[in-house]
Design a protein around this ligand. Structure first.
Ligand SMILES: Nc1ncnc2c1ncn2[C@@H]1O[C@H](COP(=O)(O)OP(=O)(O)O)[C@@H](O)[C@H]1O
Ligand SMILES: N[C@@H](CC(=O)OP(=O)(O)O)C(=O)O
Length: 415
């Protein structure tokens, strides 16, 4: 069995969905499981529904209408027959969404987020499944929440591998299956999500449990490049990289692969192909065990919206183990992700990411015991396989606030 993953960019409009059909016909789709994300930037749009509801702004109805109209336009451009079937399913899903918003009693933002945001994937997979059936590509739509079981950590749920493996093994694998990325459910059967952009990880979870022969992630780029082409001119295709290289790149922020994707694949030695959904003649990137980086060139990774924090003791004493463990606990408690650490006798600097808007709480706690200063909205560049030329190229981009070198990897915090 093989696993394909189509992300938002590959299903952003009716033409793109037709292109998915071209990919399937070109590659073959027997004994395949397809994971699909929300269409285009719909997850961002649905996040606005969550915020409008949670913060009681007056644009909730408009935000819902925007998402509904986006999907209706795709349906209009995609379907010739069966339009009523899919419109019925769409209205059912919007009915479930309105029902949840009308009856919800919880004040937990993360819980509400997960119950609402998953409608993007439910809508996209319903539309595409019915469309594929209509044009003769018979497939079974499955609800991923019946298969991937997680804990209750809403917005960043951890997979319960034991239950998930049992559920997925029950699939009859001789079919073409189509399911949602990014979602799971917990023991209370409430929807959970695996973290933004988590559909790559969903593909890897299915591949692991099914002992798949491969996973292919279809992208709007030729494969994994040595830099994000949006920020680096002349980014080059990496033809092959090892699992470890892919993990390092994803960890440091190469948004082309979700960081959690590699481990399940590495554990079962399942190759990952990252390929262009535009140009099917290209081989793309192969990620596998012990593959040498090819070509061996510096790789640049940019993480935006970082906060550079510097912490020192109030009484000029050393920053040693007990202070550090106290600071790390506070970081962890506030779900702040640490991307770089630098320590001196008197101060401790970290570059962090505040995905869950907890920095103010962290600040108020740390201020009670330490001096703290910070610079908001800085950039973190990581250069793997760094050369002096590569470092110069990045340093030209702004003011360096902090620089750290470890074994061929250079990190620069810049403003
Ligand atoms: N190292 C990289 N190689 C290739 N693409 C990258 C890299 N880093 C960032 N990207 C960006 O990732 C985008 C594809 O990922 P994404 O937009 O998340 O796709 P999807 O949502 O369709 O899965 C590319 O268009 C590119 O701008
Ligand atoms: N739709 C979700 C999950 C995902 O993985 O999307 P994409 O494949 O488009 O990055 C998100 O945007 O976070």
């Amino acid at each position: 069995m093989k696993v394909f993953k189509f992300g938002g960019a590959s299903v952003k409009d009716a033409e793109s969905v037709k292109n998915v059909v071209r990919v399937l016909k070109h590659e073959g789709f027997e004994d395949t499981l397809i994971v699909i994300s929300a269409m285009g930037k719909m997850t961002n749009a649905i996040e606005k529904i969550v915020d409008a509801y949670y913060y009681k702004t007056n644009n909730l109805a408009a935000q819902i209408e925007f998402v509904r109209n986006f999907h209706i336009e795709i349906i209009d451009n995609l379907f010739e027959n069966k339009k009523n079937v899919i419109l019925f399913d769409l209205e059912q899903l919007f009915g479930q969404l309105s029902g949840f918003l009308a009856t919800n009693k919880s004040t937990d933002y993360n819980f509400i987020y997960d119950q609402v945001v998953g409608f993007g994937e439910l809508l996209s997979t319903k539309i595409i499944s019915i469309y594929l059936n209509e044009i003769g590509i018979n497939n079974s739509w499955i609800d991923v929440r019946d298969y991937i079981k997680t804990d209750i950590n809403y917005r960043n749920a951890t997979v319960n591998w034991e239950e998930t493996t049992i559920n997925i093994n029950a699939l009859n694998t001789n079919n073409l299956f189509l399911t949602q990325g990014f979602l799971g459910s917990n023991s209370k059967n409430k929807t959970t999500t695996l973290g933004r952009e988590g559909s790559d990880y969903t593909a890897a979870i299915f591949a692991y449990c099914l002992n798949a022969e491969s996973v292919t992630i279809w992208k709007d780029v030729a494969g994994v490049l040595n830099a994000d082409p949006r920020y680096f001119e002349d980014a080059k295709l990496l033809e092959q990289i090892s699992y470890s290289e892919a993990i390092e790149m994803a960890f440091f922020g190469a948004s082309v692969i979700h960081p959690k994707t590699i481990k399940p694949l590495e554990n079962k030695n399942i190759p990952l192909y990252v390929r262009s959904f535009y140009n099917l003649d290209l081989k793309g990137t192969t990620v596998g065990k012990n593959l040498n980086l090819l070509p061996e060139i510096p790789c640049y990774i940019l993480k935006k919206e970082q906060i550079l924090v510097s912490i020192s003791a109030l009484d000029f004493s050393f920053m040693v183990e007990h202070n550090l463990s106290d600071i790390f606990k506070t970081l962890h408690d506030n779900k702040l992700k640490v991307n770089l650490i630098q320590n001196s006798a008197l101060s401790f600097s970290v570059c962090i990411e505040d995905k869950f808007n907890n920095f103010e709480t962290f600040l108020s706690k740390i201020k009670l015991k330490y001096n703290i200063s910070f610079v908001n909205n800085v950039l973190l560049y990581t250069i793997r396989h760094a050369t002096q030329n590569a470092i110069d190229l990045v340093e030209e981009k702004g003011v360096v606030l902090l620089k750290q070198t470890t074994k061929g990897t250079v990190q620069l915090v810049m403003q």
